[in-house]
Write a protein that binds this ligand. Sequence first.
Ligand code: PLP
Length: 492
Amino acid sequence: MGSQAMMNPLDPEEFRRQAHVVVDFLADYYLNIENYPVCSQVEPGYLTKTMPQSAPLQPQPIETILQDVQKHIIPGLTHWQSPGFFGYFQSNASTGNFLGEMLLTGFNSVGFNWLASPAATELEMVVMEWLLKLLQLPKSFSFSSDGGGVIHGSTCESFVCTLVAAREKKLSQREADFGMLVVYCSDQTHFSLQKACQVVGISPNNVRSIQTKKSMNFQLSPDALLTAIESDVRAGLVPLYVCLTLGTTSTTAVDPLLALSEIAKRFLMWVHVDAAYAGSACICPEFRHFLDGVEGANSFSFNPHKWFLTTLDCCCLWVKDQTDLTKALSNDPELLKNKASDTKNVVDYKDWQIALSRRFRAMKLWMVIRSYGVTGLQGVIRKHVKLAKHFEALLIADKRFEVVVPRNFATVCFKVLAPNASNEDSKRLTQALLDSLNASGLVYMTHAVIEGVYVIRVAIGATLTEEKHVRMLWDMVQEHATHLLASCADIE
Ligand code: PLP
C-alpha cells in the first residue's frame, strides 16, 4: 500500500484495486461454498482466543486481512448461502443485490429527509410503488392515496413503528390509560412482536397470545380472537392492535385475514399483517390469494431479505394512512429545517422510522428488481416451491415419516414415525435425525415444536439450491433414518 493511500482512505485507485481483490475473494467463496460445513462447527470462544488482544497500530494490506478472513472467520460462519442451507427461513443473496449494496455503500448518502438525498427518498417511493403493484396491494396503501411505503431494517422495527402509530391514534381518539391498551396475536406469531411490545412499553400482561390448533392448521381463529377481545372489553380494557401472519415462522400458516380484520374493525383496532417470509411468494399470481383480505389491514410488511434475492437488511412496510406513522414518529429540529420539508410536499423518511439516519436500501432492491425482472423473481419462488412440493411428496410416500402440516409455500415440516412409538419416542427420534443430518455438515435444518410435537423444518430457498441438493437431502434423510430406526430396533 503506497503512502498516498494511507493518507487517503478513499484513494480511487487503491479503492479500485482492493475492491477487485474482495470481489475475487467472494467469487471464490461462492465457488467453493459446498466445501464448508453448512453450520459452523467451532466451539464458543474460538475466535476470541485466536485474535490479537488489541487493535493493530499500523495499517495492514488487504491480502493479509483476507488471509485471516479465510483462516479465522470462514470456519466460524454458518453458510446461509450454501445450497445445503435449509434452516430457519433463508436469507437469499444475489449478484444484483450485491452490486446494489456496493453502490449504496459507495455513495453512503444518509437520506433522513428528502433534501439530504432526494434520489434516496424518491427511489424508495418508486420501488415501494412497484412492489405494491407487484403484490397487488390495495390502492389505499399507495402514495397516490393517503398511504405509502417505507423500507425498514427488520420486521421488529415495523412492529415497533406501527404499535406506536396505533397507540397514538387510539389515545388521541379516546380517553384511555396507556396501561389499558391490549395487543392480540396468536401463539404462532413471531416472537419479535412480544419484543416490540416490550420496547413500546406494553406489558406482557396486556399481550394476548391466542392458542392455535393443529386441527385448524395453526391459523388464528376468528372466534377465539372475538372471545378474547370481548373478555377484555368487559374488563374495561381497550383493544389496540392485532398482528395477523401470512406465513408463520414454525409452519407457514396463513391467518384468515378478512374474517379477522373485520372483527378488529368492529373494535376500532389497528390491524397489521406480517408476511415476513411468504409475502415474496405473493408476486406470483397463483399465490396472490393468500393476501386476500389485506385490504382490511392498516399496515402490511414483508422481508425481501428472506426470499427476494435481497440481503439483510430490508423490510418493506406499507401503511394506509401515512399520517398515522408521521404523527407518532416525526419531530422538527431546527438543524434539519429546509424549504422542501416546509412545503409538506416531500417525504421525510426520518418520520417513518425509529432512527434518524438511514441506509439507501432502495438502491439494492431496485437493482434486484431490475437485474432479474418480475419473471426472474417469480421463477425463483416457483423453483423453490416446486422443489418443496417434490420433497413433501417423497416424505408422504414413505411410511417412516409424517408431514405434520400441509405445505403452503417452500417449507416442509415433518417428523419420524416408528411402529408403536409414543409422541415422546417420535420426538427423540426426530431430534436425533436432525442432529445426525446437521452433523454431516452437508445440510442444515432447524426445528419447531407445534402443539407439543417436535418437527424438522426444511426451508427450501437458498439461491444456490438446485434439484440435486434436494435429492441429496432426501437420500440423506432416508439413509440416516434407516440407521436410526435400526439402532432403536436393536435396543428393543
Ligand atoms: N415475522 C415472521 C413471520 C418471521 O418469520 C420473522 C423471521 O423469521 C420475523 C417476523 C422477524 O423478522 P426480522 O428479523 O426482520 O425482524
